[in-house]
Design a protein around this ligand. Structure first.
Ligand code: NAP
Length: 289
């Protein structure tokens, strides 16, 4: 595969950093950011002109669109802002890409499902129950207008890399201080190691698969069971992990209960899909190294 010019939109985010690092090994990566410059190009996707100038100026072979408002509760409180980023922003990118026709990879989420079924495959009907999921799904529909589009749905990203203030980072911090940590027993998720996700995105950039694809880890487990596995792998006292359920707390936005993702298609395409335990062991090795 030849060296490509790859535009990573949202390169300063949690997944964007890992994707840029991985793809930068064999391609020219042009990363964008709004608040997190660090050598990246400024591109606010809500500004049509800014997006057009960026795409026509760099003429990327591939555009990976990771820009989003990932605070699910904020998306519920500020619906207009979520729409501006997920819907108007995606439309601006899609429009800017129409004549150039790069491979277009849109990052989406398990939250496009209502969480009543679980083990969701790409063929299952979507039915988001919060504004984050609804607007991300609208973004999917816009991305579908581009030939050669790929919609990567992922779930519950984890890593100890930069920006790891998601569940793993927070949990390990508490357990290492000997503090109790609560975890929802009624949220079933498919946690995804971001370095593994980035490797799989690298493989997808060059294969011609188009349409929707679930790219997650292959363990569908409750966040409580996930937290117990973390304690086990990292050698912390499992009794520090306390079971709770989502009905016992007030969340700003409703959350789907079971968004376990079926990754059979990703496996069939030859992607490297790993279990949660395998992912945790890799993180532990990295942390030691
Ligand atoms: N986090 C999750 O739990 C999760 C789960 C499933 C799927 N996803 C999807 O995966 C993708 C990446 O998520 P993430 O966790 O890496 O998100 P993140 O850490 O919150 O980063 C979001 C990125 O979007 C950029 N951004 C926000 N507003 C923008 C705008 N107006 N114009 C251009 N860029 C803008 C941010 O730029 P700055 O760096 O400049 O602020 C940041 O780089 C998203 O599409 C998300 O929906 C995430």
């Amino acid at each position: 595969m030849g060296k490509k010019v790859i535009a990573v939109i949202g390169a300063g985010g949690f997944i964007g950093k890992a994707v840029s690092r991985e793809l930068g090994k064999s391609h020219e990566v042009i990363g964008t950011s709004v608040h997190n410059p660090e050598g990246r190009f400024h591109c606010d996707i809500t500004k049509k002109g800014s997006v057009k100038d960026f795409i026509s100026g760099h003429k990327p072979d591939v555009v990976i669109h990771l820009a989003a408002l990932t605070d699910v509760d904020l998306c519920e409180r500020d619906k207009a802002r979520a729409r501006r980023i997920h819907v108007d922003g995606t439309r601006n990118l899609v429009d800017a890409c129409k004549s150039l026709a790069p491979r277009f990879v849109y990052f989406s989420t398990d939250f496009v499902f209502d969480g009543r079924k679980g083990n969701y495959s790409e063929a299952d009907a979507t039915n988001p129950i919060n504004n984050y999921g609804k607007t991300k799904l609208e973004g999917e529909k816009l991305a579908e207008a581009l030939p050669g589009h790929l919609i990567v749905r992922t779930s519950t990203p984890y890593s100890l890399g930069p920006g790891s203030k998601k569940f793993l980072g927070i949990l390990l911090e508490k357990l290492s201080r000997g503090e109790k940590a609560t975890a929802f027993a009624d949220f079933i998720r498919s946690p995804t190691l971001i370095e593994n996700l980035a490797e799989n995105v690298g493989a997808l950039v060059s294969n011609g698969h188009s349409g929707v694809l679930h790219v997650t880890g292959d363990s569908q487990l409750s966040m409580y069971d996930a937290a117990l596995q973390v304690a086990d792998v990292f050698g912390f006292d499992p009794s520090l992990v306390q079971k709770t359920t989502s009905s016992s707390v007030s969340l700003g936005a409703p959350r789907p209960l079971d968004t376990g993702m079926n990754v059979s298609l990703a496996r069939k395409l030859g992607l490297n899909i790993i279990s949660f335990r395998e992912g945790l062991l890799k993180v532990k090795k990295q942390a030691r190294g």
